[in-house]
Each structure stands twice: as C-alpha cells, then as structure tokens.
Ligand binder design. Structure first.
Ligand code: FAD
Length: 295
C-alpha cells in the first residue's frame, strides 16, 4: 500500500531541497588576467560546484568579455556557467541578441539584474527599468529556456524606500518568473532568516541562496560594503581594524567568522551557498573545506 505524501511545511521543504553551491567571477580586462581566472576556475571545478556565474557591466561594458568567459567556462572547464545580465543601459534589441547567443551556445541559467551604471554614464537609460521588467522580458522572449536567478537583499537594497517596499519589489520580481534568488552578502545570519521568513509569508517558494563574501582585505571590503549597503557588524569591523596590515590574521579571523555564519545558515535550512570569489580560489575553498561540503 502506498501512503499519500504529507505536504511539507515550508521549513521542511527548504531543508529537503538538494543544496546547491556556486562560485561567482568577474570578467577580466587582460589576457593574462583571463588565463589566471581560468586557472582559478579549474581549481574550483575539482570541487564539482553546481555552476559558475560571471558578472556583467551594466550598460554592456563587459558584454563580450562576459560572453567569452561563460562560453569558455562551459566548454573548457566543463562546469555549467551562468552569465549575469543587467537591463539598465541596454536596449531590448541588444538584450534580445545576447539572449539568442546564450541560447544558441546552450547556456541554461541567467542571473537577471537591473544593474548599476558606472558613474559618468549618466542616468539609467534603456527600455527596461527594473530587474522584474528584465525577468518578464526574458520569459516573453525565451519562455522557460533559462533558469532565472534574481538578486535579494536581506539588509535592504541601498536605494529602497524602506525594507517593506524592497521586500514587496522582491516578491513582485519573483512572481514575474524567477526560479531562484541569490542574496547580496551579509555578515548577520538573522537578517537572512528574517528576510526569507517574510518572503515566504508573502508566498515566495523559490530557494533564496545566501551570497557569501570571504573576508580577505578590510579596506576593500569596507568600501564595497558601503556602496552595496552590506553592514559589517561593529565587533567584526573593530577586530579587522585592529589587525591593520596583518593580512594573515585578517584572513584567519575572516575565515573563522564566515565559516561559523555558513554553518548557522546551512543548519537553519539555507538551500546552498553562492561564493563571491573575486576571482580567487583559496578563500572560498578554505570555507568549503571547513564546512566539509560535498565534492
Ligand atoms: P531591482 O530588483 O530592480 O531593484 C533595484 C531597486 O529598485 C531596489 O531598491 C528595489 O526596491 C527598487 N524597485 C524594484 N522594482 C521597483 C518598482 N516596480 N517600483 C519602484 N521601485 C522598484 N550589478 C551589475 O552591474 N552586474 C552584475 O553582474 C551584478 N551581479 C549581482 C549579483 C548578485 C547576486 C547581486 C545581489 C547583485 C549584483 N549586482 C550586479 C548588483 C545589482 O545590479 C545592484 O544591486 C542594483 O542596484 C540592483 O539590481 P537588482 O537586480 O537587485 O534591481
């Protein structure tokens, strides 16, 4: 006799999902940088991640480099690769052409974003204003060909009016047709759990995968975090400041802090981890090894 399957509670559903692990790169400007990146990717590939992703300069500034990097990751490193694609500053015709190229090349996943135009490129131009518009556009153009990832902000997007408005915009973006989400990085697991709980209460069922930023360099991290609205808790900031130029201590402390946070995230049901590698293998792999993640 077969028993009817019990409907899983949201927490159980999250726990039961197979977890996914991914690494993010940015496209390099030089051939030497590109070769180095491919070496990093080969090293990370031995850990058998679910996919690599490669960022896109809003306004199309890295259009060819993102495309080439993704194609090479797929064909030579043999790991599925997901290009990021942003809509500010790109016309529908440009986006349509790029989608056709990705589709023809067998790419199956896209990280769909609004993007931020680099300063000096003026106000947002382009025909699509928000990431939700891009998600809708990709669905109209290519139906279900691509698995669509979108961005999520547990600590709120820096331009959002407030947390509730940002959450409502996130829910709208998911309902436009996203399959999963990757968060901006954060150093406070509670902000992630709160965000996911609130999104689930508003009907979001897709996996929301935490984006993980290894800590390797305090001044760069502080600059990035100010720009993207990620809060570095005081106790972490003070400790990192105290290490000054002692890179080894910064890295050891950073590794411990991030490993512990990832443990909390995974124990609390996070459906995987997405590492912002900044094109370096070691910091992400140290965390992966500490967590004894599957290879
Ligand atoms: P959206 O979801 O469109 O949100 C942007 C802002 O608009 C938010 O404040 C939101 O609340 C608000 N908003 C959304 N919809 C509406 C609406 N209908 N009405 C009013 N307000 C609305 N940037 C790059 O340039 N290239 C990359 O490759 C890249 N990769 C990223 C990967 C990840 C995982 C993450 C988290 C971010 C990435 N970014 C990248 C940064 C991202 O482009 C910026 O954070 C950008 O400012 C917002 O993009 P979004 O897709 O989240 O935008």
């Amino acid at each position: 006799m077969q028993l009817a399957a019990r409907r899983l509670l949201p927490e159980e559903r999250l726990m039961s999902q197979e977890r996914r692990y991914s690494f993010e790169f940015f496209p390099t400007k030089t051939d030497a940088g590109h070769e180095k990146l491919m070496g990093v990717a080969r090293q990370l590939a031995t850990y058998n991640p679910d996919f690599f992703s490669c960022t896109y300069g809003a306004g199309g500034s890295t259009r060819d480099r993102t495309l080439n990097t993704v194609l090479q990751l797929e064909s030579e490193v043999k790991i599925p690769a997901a290009p990021h694609l942003s809509c500010v500053g790109d016309t529908k015709a440009e986006l349509r052409a790029l989608l056709a190229e990705y589709k023809a090349a067998g790419i199956k996943r896209i990280v769909a974003l609004r993007g931020d135009l680099p300063s000096g490129m003026g106000m947002a131009s382009g025909e699509l204003r928000y990431a939700s518009d891009l998600v809708e556009f990709i669905r109209e153009e290519t139906a279900d060909h691509f698995h669509l990832e979108v961005a999520a902000y547990p600590e709120m997007h820096p331009q959002a009016r407030n947390f509730e408005a940002d959450l409502a915009n996130f829910v709208h973006k998911v309902k436009a047709g996203a399959d999963s989400a990757i968060t901006q990085y954060f150093f406070n697991a509670d902000s992630y759990f709160y965000f996911v709980e609130r999104a689930q209460k508003l009907g979001v069922e897709i996996p929301v995968v935490p984006g993980i930023m290894p800590i390797t360099n305090y001044s760069k991290l502080a600059r990035f975090s100010d720009a993207c609205g990620a809060e570095i808790p005081r106790w972490i900031r003070k400790q990192l400041e105290a290490y000054a130029d002692d890179t080894a201590s910064i890295q050891a402390f950073g590794e411990e802090v991030i490993t512990r946070m990832c443990e909390q995230l995974l124990q609390g049901g996070a459906p995987g981890l997405h590492f912002y590698t900044l094109n370096q293998a070691e910091p992400s792999l140290a965390i992966w090894n500490n967590l004894k993640l599957p290879r």
